[in-house]
Ligand binder design. Structure first.
Ligand code: SF4
Length: 347
């Protein structure tokens, strides 16, 4: 099967791939992805992260300076009042320069909120305090079960400790300026009994100082994700019916659809220099995250982080060597995530 490659990304455009960098969906919330590494193997992971996933053949870590420099241009383009949300195809808490990254993001003019999605358990109290001092405003805690045995089973990792994550979240809300919201994924038939326990814990622990304390996520099967047997995805009507049931039973607001508590505003999306159907000559940098995928960069770059793009080149069954050049055709361009197929390969 071969070993997984781990790439450190520096001189590669930070927009264009879902593996790392910056993802914009045309709002004032900009997602930043510093790494695709994750120590867990959650059975329902939408991005199939973790060390046990056989479909992954590469992971990525971005050099902080490259990411921050590109982000400065994006925030300027977006105007003021930007929330930068640190997330990605992995666990951001394992990023080695996380505290520095948060601090430098917070120092960018026009950034009003810095938030991060995390399972927290790899951090400690001191690191939580450092993140708060660096300017992290909110942690979105991923927690799907408080029962340790079930949590470990769902994470497919005996070393995962939900109690540790909860203790760190409590430390954050009680001893720092940061807020924490908990965002469990409801897996129908699997963790139904855990959701009320998570809600009660969140309220008792004082989560939701500035934002909602709990945001329950719907389990949505993804083509590239892990979709556990025995979990039936419900439709949106059934999902909101269940949320309303929990709201009534627990006496707490869980449906925030009307309030816009995160202040999401529509903003101009980033320019789209490469669109479906366009052909471009690229250089292969190395593997992409999933087998058959490669990371590539156009041979000609403008040197402008707002318009330069990285691309994912799919070539199933054939690994393209780093340095090879290819003429590729863009087949997907949603939100500037560019997927391309090779037409001619120059080895
Ligand atoms: S759901 Fe999150 S913590 Fe779990 S494997 Fe995926 S990225 Fe890692």
């Amino acid at each position: 099967m071969g070993r997984r490659h781990v790439y450190t990304i520096e001189d590669v455009p930070q927009i264009g791939t879902r593996y790392f960098g910056i993802v914009d969906q045309g709002t004032n919330i900009v997602e930043v992805r510093p790494t695709s590494l994750c120590p867990l193997n959650c059975s329902f992971c939408s991005v199939a992260a973790g060390p046990l996933e056989p479909r992954r053949w590469a992971d990525f870590i971005v050099r902080k300076d490259a990411l921050v420099e590109a982000l400065k241009s994006v925030v300027k383009f977006k105007g003021g009042g930007v929330e930068v949300h640190i997330d990605g195809m992995g666990e951001p808490a394992v990023y080695p320069r996380l505290v520095d990254l948060v601090q430098e993001i917070k120092e960018i003019g026009g950034v009003s909120v810095v938030s991060m999605q995390s399972r927290l358990f790899v951090l400690d109290e001191r690191r939580i305090e450092e993140l708060a001092e660096a300017g992290l405003d909110r942690i979105n805690l991923s927690l799907d079960a408080v029962d340790p045995a079930l949590a470990r089973e769902l994470a497919n990792a005996g070393y995962y400790d939900p109690g540790r994550a909860m203790a760190l979240a409590e430390h954050a809300v009680r001893n720092t300026r940061m807020d924490v919201l908990v965002s469990p994924v409801w897996l129908p038939g699997v963790n139904d009994g855990e959701i009320p326990k998570i809600v009660e814990w969140a309220l008792g622990a004082g989560l939701g100082k500035r934002w909602p304390p709990v945001l329950i996520q719907k389990y949505v099967p993804h083509k590239r994700g892990r979709n556990p047997k025995g979990v039936k995805a419900v439709g949106w009507t059934s999902f909101w019916k269940k949320i309303k049931e929990w709201e009534a039973r627990l006496g707490v607001k869980l449906d925030w659809r009307k309030e816009n508590p995160f202040g999401v505003q529509k903003r101009a999306p980033l320019p789209k220099p490469l669109e479906v159907g366009k052909k471009v000559k690229v250089r292969i940098i190395g593997r992409g995250i999933f087998r058959g995928e490669h990371l590539a960069v156009p041979v000609k770059l403008a040197g402008d982080p707002l318009t330069d793009r990285a691309l994912t080149v799919v070539s199933p069954g054939r690994e393209l060597p780093p340095g090879a050049e290819a003429l590729v055709k863009i087949i997907e361009d949603e939100d500037n995530i560019l997927i391309a197929k090779p037409e001619v390969i120059y080895l």
